[in-house]
Design a protein around this ligand. Structure first.
Ligand code: PLP
Length: 457
């Protein structure tokens, strides 16, 4: 850690509450502090370069400080930054652009401030349109931190503090590697997870919608079987409930298409976008939905002072232009495939890695100990070691035993090679850590004892 970073951390400890992820994600004295970003790189105040494989949890899909988006921000700031009680030209243009791209026929758009407010808005629309108060959501999902969004999914750690009303039923997400129904293979399963959705719908007549992430983000990265979304759509149609695709993290090209649901060939009733929508430069979210659903609430029901401000909309228009100028969805698909292949090739046979999976430029690497327990402590160690080597990674998975790679979508093949080289070096270093050696030996011994007991039985 550079001297300037240490000095800034000292000052932070005096004035900043350690509450949000920017300050509470790493140990207090190891939290990185940056003052500049460009493309897939972040820089500390002493000019040291870090490779950013987190991209603001999918907020910087166009890369840090993209010049086209910076120009648009400056231009819009000079023209018109805010109106509350009127429309702006850029708001209309952005809505037109999103409606044109949207897979939902006759899309209407509503803008808000961030992801949690978009999920809350979706809940309001479901209630208004269907007259039903509840939704089905999935285990290990994340839909935001606000009382409204938390009332839609199971996030026990927040329930008391946010005084959450439980307006949801939980179905298991298809986390096939650790199938909640104990199935060994997707080929032999009977879609028990969707069976649970149907059971809830049969038993409870107060469900108006199903909210789902196209791949688990904050608690992933975990990818459902390709057919999952289509089957879910069919169930929604059979029971006349709305399908809400929360694409706040997995949309905007992350899975290889502008809208993640497109990758699965499915048209949802509502699509939620945020994060990279305004190219990381201004908070903006959007609900895209069928006209009848969007018209089911009275004017004024949703909104916020800054929601859909001209500055945000001008920036978002430029951020979508970058997708078109740089072919980012196509890049996400081809470079994602390349990244995945390189990782698979180079990590093959590594003792702790049990699974590497990706769609587009969302890649999850799962770590387990020899006895099958999640290698949570090892992944935490790797995550911190990576930071010391100036590689910023995301730790994830329901058991926090995954390393996720979510770079900006304009990463190059050479940069991917560099990340993979550094990652493999780190993996080798990890196996030399005495605590890791000890844990692995203890776990291997317990696996051998269990195998012996099984043979005796
Ligand atoms: C899938 C998903 N939904 C909702 C949210 C909440 O978004 P925000 O943090 O902008 O409120 C997030 C944030 O990580 C997310 O990943």
């Amino acid at each position: 850690m550079s001297q300037s970073q240490k000095d800034l951390l000292k000052r932070a400890s005096k004035v900043l509450a350690r509450i949000d992820n920017s300050y509470a994600y790493f140990p207090e004295d190891e939290t990185p502090v940056f003052n500049r970003g460009e493309g897939i790189y972040l820089y500390d105040p002493d000019g040291n370069q870090y490779l950013d494989m987190v991209a603001g949890y999918g907020t910087v899909n166009q890369g840090h400080t993209h010049p086209h988006i910076v120009q648009a921000l400056l231009k819009q700031a000079n023209l018109l930054a805010h109106t509350s009680a009127t429309l702006s030209n850029v708001k209309v243009e952005l809505a037109e652009k999103l409606a044109e791209l949207s897979p939902i026929p006759d899309t209407l758009v509503h803008f808000d401030l961030g992801g949690a407010r978009a999920t809350e808005g979706a809940k309001v629309l479901v209630r208004a349109y269907t007259g039903k108060p509840k939704v089905i959501s999935f285990s290990n999902s994340f839909h935001g931190r606000s009382s409204g969004s938390l009332s839609m999914y199971n996030a026990d750690q927040f329930q008391f503090l946010y005084n959450v009303q439980k307006d949801y039923y939980t179905a298991p997400y298809p986390y096939c590697r650790r199938c909640p129904f104990g199935k060994k293979s997707c080929d032999t399963c009977n879609w028990e997870c969707l069976g649970k959705v149907q059971e809830i719908l049969r038993e409870h007549k107060d469900v108006g919608g199903i909210i789902v992430e196209p791949a688990l983000g904050a608690r992933g990265y975990i990818f459902p079987p390709m057919d999952f979304f289509k089957r879910l759509r069919r169930i929604c149609d059979e029971h006349s409930v709305l399908l809400i695709s929360d694409e706040i993290q997995m949309g905007m090209g992350r899975l290889g298409a502008m809208f993640a649901s497109e990758m699965y060939g499915v048209v949802p009733d509502l699509i939620l976008l945020a994060k990279s929508l305004a190219g990381s430069m201004w908070p903006l979210s959007a609900i895209l939905g069928r006209r009848a659903i969007m018209n089911s609430v009275r004017p004024g029901t949703l909104g916020s002072t800054f929601a859909g401000a001209p500055l945000a909309c001008g920036v978002a228009l430029a951020s979508i232009e970058v997708f078109e100028m740089e072919n980012l969805c196509e890049r996400s698909r081809t470079l994602g495939k390349y990244f995945l292949e390189r990782l698979e090739e180079r990590c093959k046979g590594y003792p702790l890695i049990v699974h590497i999976e990706g769609r587009g430029l969302a890649i999850g690497i799962e770590f387990e100990l020899p006895n099958g327990d999640p290698a949570t402590a090892e992944v935490e160690r790797l995550h911190h070691m990576a930071l010391r080597k100036r590689l910023l990674l995301q730790r994830g998975g329901p058991a926090k035993n995954m390393i996720n790679m979510i770079p900006a979508l304009n990463i190059t093949a050479e940069e991917i090679d560099d990340v993979v080289d550094r990652f493999v070096e780190l993996l080798n270093d990890l196996l030399l850590e005495p605590q890791v050696v000890e844990n692995m030996a203890a776990s291997a011994a317990s696996a051998a004892a269990a195998a012996h007991d099984a043979r005796q039985a």
